[in-house]
Design a protein around this ligand. Structure first.
Ligand code: HAM
Length: 420
């Protein structure tokens, strides 16, 4: 029978990597909480309509990438491709508008998109996500961008490029859309197949095409900045002023339109110079009409999401520190099988002291046990002789110093040595 492997595009995060994820997640959690954000746990699947209406029917995510299925009762459900629509749904469903505004929330977890897998692009991937709901203040956009940049600074990431743009709003976007279509119409035949199909349905996305021929054509396209209404251009100017206050080095990319339709005004991405083709470590922006598009009242919002896989890849590439790799405080070396019960007692005494402790269960040779113990701070060596005398030989692995401790005192003594 053929061995069952993980489906294409999904991966196991094994112990040699999972501790790095825990470090990144811990840094993100601490930072988000220190900026006044609170955690929410959102469902992994939602009604399909939440995404088709929220993200937009003509986006790649909704058209091609969703994992949609029917449940036993015939409801159409979808594994979340992102968290923003769910966050807004949750805000509305739990009447968060009735409390103090804005509401600042964060979440982290797996997202699912049926994309072509490659380095940094998976079908199940984790996002760190923050959203601020209920404020139109451009300083909130600045806070979002500032939070992502502070996260990367703390993680030690460098070689990043921050690109910002404004995608306008329902007042000014129709005029821009028309101007863009007029510009592109004569070049329609030269555009790639997917850009041709976007021409009527979602022409702004053509600006985002990575194909050289399309890029060359859109190089001369009208600048969205020239079409912004007063409100959008005032908002963008205020966001840029705020970013200057933070000392954030950003540049405007008029091609930045983002792949989700809910954006209004600010759009931004942080690109890593060390990731190759899938170089966005983070993307976000403002989405003032998303709540309405899913049947709620008007609720302005702004947020970002950052892929953990891409953060870890960048950090590994750049040799960033992930803090201390997990290691044991003590390893119990059982020299004589006859006194295994004593060794087990010692192991649990160490664990009750709150120490990280382990032992061998496979009857391995003393030499092999010592090899494992060399990864721990202390080896607790227990043989028949020590057991008979009520002592343990404790070896500090870093220095090689060894001494005998009373069996009953060994655990607390090791703990106090470690806290020194
Ligand atoms: P997004 O640009 O689709 O935006 O995704 C955000 C980030 O998730 C990307 O920059 C990337 O780091 C990561 N990511 C996306 N797709 C994949 C994938 N297939 N494999 C690995 N990593 C991936 C959003 O999802 C919006 N909800 C962001 C947002 C929050 N906007 C406002 N609030």
């Amino acid at each position: 029978m053929a061995e069952i492997t993980a489906p294409r595009g999904v991966r196991d995060v094994l112990p040699d990597e999972s501790w790095k994820w825990a470090y990144v997640l811990g840094q993100f959690r601490g930072l988000a909480e220190s900026f006044g954000f609170s955690e929410v746990h959102l469902p992994i699947f939602e009604h399909t309509e939440l995404f088709s209406r929220g993200i937009g029917d003509t986006t790649d995510v909704v058209e091609k990438e969703m994992y949609t299925f029917e449940d036993q009762a015939g409801r159409s459900l979808t594994l979340r491709p992102e968290a923003t629509a769910s966050m807004v749904r949750s805000y509305l469903e739990h009447h968060m508008a009735s409390g103090p505004q804005p509401v600042k929330l964060w979440c982290a977890g797996p997202m699912f998109r049926y994309e072509k897998p490659q380095k940094g692009r998976y079908r199940q991937f984790w996002q760190l996500d923050v959203e601020v709901l209920g404020s139109v203040n451009p300083l909130v956009d600045v806070e979002i961008i500032g939070l992502s940049l502070e996260l990367y600074r703390r993680l030690g990431m460098t070689n990043l490029e921050v690109v910002v743009n404004s995608v306008g709003c329902p007042v000014c976007r129709p005029a821009y859309r028309e101007a863009l279509q007029s510009y592109l119409r004569p070049h329609l035949g030269e555009l790639c197949g997917s850009c041709r199909s976007r021409f009527d349905r979602n022409p702004l996305r053509i600006l985002d095409c990575k194909k050289e021929t399309c890029k060359a054509i859109t190089e001369g396209a009208p600048d969205v900045m020239d079409s912004l209404c007063d409100e959008c251009s005032g908002h963008f100017a205020a966001v840029r002023r705020g970013l200057d206050l933070l000392g954030a080095r950003t540049h405007i990319d008029k091609r930045l339109v983002r792949g989700l339709d809910y954006y209004t005004k600010t759009a931004y991405e942080v690109l890593s110079g060390d990731l190759g083709a899938q170089n966005a470590v983070c993307g976000g922006g403002r989405y003032d009409n998303l709540a309405e598009s899913i049947g709620g009242p008007h609720v302005p919002g702004v947020g970002f999401a950052s892929g953990i896989e891409r953060i870890v890849l960048t950090m590994e590439q750049q040799g960033c520190s992930f803090g201390r790799a997990p290691s044991l405080d003590a390893f119990v070396v059982c020299v004589d099988e006859a006194i295994r019960d004593e060794a087990v007692k010692l192991l649990y005494a160490l664990r009750r002291e709150g120490l990280g402790a382990d032992m061998d269960y496979q009857g391995r040779s003393v030499k092999t046990q010592f090899k494992t113990a060399s990864q721990a701070a202390f080896a607790c060596i227990l043989g028949g002789d020590e057991a008979a005398r009520g002592v343990v030989a404790v070896k500090e692995m870093a220095t090689g110093n060894q001494e005998e401790l009373l069996f009953d005192d060994a655990a607390s003594s090791i703990r106090s040595r470690l806290s020194r």
